[in-house]
Each structure stands twice: as C-alpha cells, then as structure tokens.
Design a protein around this ligand. Structure first.
Ligand SMILES: [Zn+2]
Length: 277
C-alpha cells in the first residue's frame, strides 16, 4: 500500500495577536510587559487580555445560556479523537445539509464503499466520526468580516442525529453575524454539541483525521482558546477500519445542558482512549 506524502500535523489554529479579528464589542488582544530582563530581573513577563473567542476556540454552554456550564466543566472527550473534515466551499450564508451530504452516510453520499488505503481519505460509508469540521473558506479572512458562512440549525440537527458530538467551522460563528436569536447556538445547547469556531482549514483536504483541540480549564469563562491540530489517524483505529453502522448511533446529550436522552451511548459513560469513533 503506497502512502501519500502528507503533513504529520496540520495546525488549524490561526495566530493570535493585536491584529486578530474580533467581533464588534469583543475584547481585542492586548499585551503589556510587566517585567523585562535587566539588572535584577532574569525574565520577561507578559500580561495578556483577550476575548476567549479570538482565534480558534471552544464555546462553553455558558456563552449562550445563563447558569450553564463554563468551559472548565465540559468534558474533554469531544475535543480529542477521530474527526471528518468536509468542504462546503461557496455554500453561501448558511451551510445546509445538502452542502455536506456528499461526505456523510446517506443517499447523496460519495463516500467510497471500500475502506480507502489513504489514512486521510474519507472513511467508508457508515463510519462517521463523532467530530465534523466544515471548511467554508477558500482562504480564511485575515480581517474582521461580517460576511461568512454559518450553520443552518437543521444541519446541526442532522449531524447530531448521525451521532456527531462536536462540530467545527472555519468562520467566526455558527450563526450569521447579524443574528440576534442565535438559533444555531441554541441548537448546540439543545443537542449538547460542542463547537469549535475560527478554525483555519485552508490547507486541509477532505478526509478523516485525529483532532486534538483541548480547551483550557478556565473555571469562569464562556469559551477558551484551543490549539487545534489534525494528524493522520493512527493505524488500526476503528473509524478507519469501519465502525458501527450509522443507524446504530445516536446523539447523546449526557452531562449536558440539554434534555436527558432516553439512554446513554456507551461513549458518554467512560472515556475510551482507543479510537472507537
Ligand atoms: Zn465563540
């Protein structure tokens, strides 16, 4: 089997600095030096101030509902494990189910029937990882931009129905910039989905990867920056070798702010360090 040359690691986090785009009213990045190396001082020390929504970040349920969990209280499993990157370029203001149907199990699927030889190629039909990242930009904007692609709420429902637990996007928000009701954020809450925003997916081909994007344990914050990376799936991972059929998977709002599920998915009750999905 011929391996295709591919990066060992895709860094999907944009750099953060004073020029990082922020939503109007959001705290831009500021940094001051509280100490500099000099006589009697052996170190440089910086202090930073920023919105936790700058750059690649994970929203906490607290971001969209008072009293909901801060980012330190959400479980880490959704941020670590097999993941599918799907391209929905030129989707327009909302990524709808049809824009990603080609890479999902179902009648419009263009997934290969057989497990492909490439670790980063799309997995076999039926084996959808529990994490889906959607690339909407040909080139991620480097300046603040009100015009971007967000998720249609029904797309989040569809992914949750397929067993997805984390969604990601390369735009600033899962809702349009001018939305006052944030229906997709509310849907994240209802379906107990975790989310990553502002990812940098410019160089990432469609395919299956391992995602590593852990939020900081900020006990009061409504979000956290993440250093998000993708790497090829480890050989022999179950998602690579065909997981359970999609019909057998269920969305699984456990430990969440949404309604309790009729029964928990095994994945929720214990963290399996293997790559089940
Ligand atoms: Zn956010």
């Amino acid at each position: 089997m011929q391996a295709m040359p591919a990066p060992a690691l895709w860094d999907i986090s944009p750099a953060i600095g004073p020029g990082t785009p922020a939503f109007p009213g959001d705290q831009a990045y500021e940094q001051v030096w509280t100490a500099r190396i000099g006589p009697g001082c052996p170190v440089n020390l910086s202090a930073i101030r920023l919105s936790p929504h700058l750059g690649a970040h994970a929203d906490a349920p607290l971001h969209y509902r008072d009293g909901a969990r801060a980012i330190a209280a959400v479980s880490l499993e959704p941020y670590l494990g097999p993941c599918r990157v799907i391209h929905a370029l030129d989707a327009g203001p909302l990524v709808r189910p049809e824009h990603i149907a080609h890479a999902l199990p179902g009648p419009h699927s263009r997934l290969p029937r057989q497990r492909p030889p490439l670790r980063t190629a799309l997995g076999a039909a039926g084996a959808l990882p529990a994490r889906v990242l959607v690339r909407t930009c040909r080139r991620a904007p480097t300046e603040g931009n009100d015009v971007f692609s967000a998720f249609a709420p029904e797309t989040l429902d569809h992914l949750a129905d397929l067993g997805v637990r984390l969604v990601g996007i390369d735009s600033a928000s899962v809702d349009p910039a001018d939305s006052k009701t944030l229906p997709s954020h509310q849907r994240l809450l209802e379906r107990d989905l975790r989310v990553l925003e502002n990812l940098l997916l410019d160089e990432v081909p469609e395919g299956d990867y391992e995602l590593i994007a852990l939020p900081l344990r900020l006990e009061m914050a409504c979000a956290s920056p993440v250093r998000a990376v993708l790497r090829p799936l480890p050989a022999g991972s179950a998602v690579d070798a065909q997981a359970s059929p999609v019909g057998g998977l269920m969305s699984s709002p456990v430990n969440g702010d949404g309604p309790a599920p009729p029964s928990g998915h095994p994945m929720d009750s214990e963290f399996d360090p293997g790559f089940d999905r």
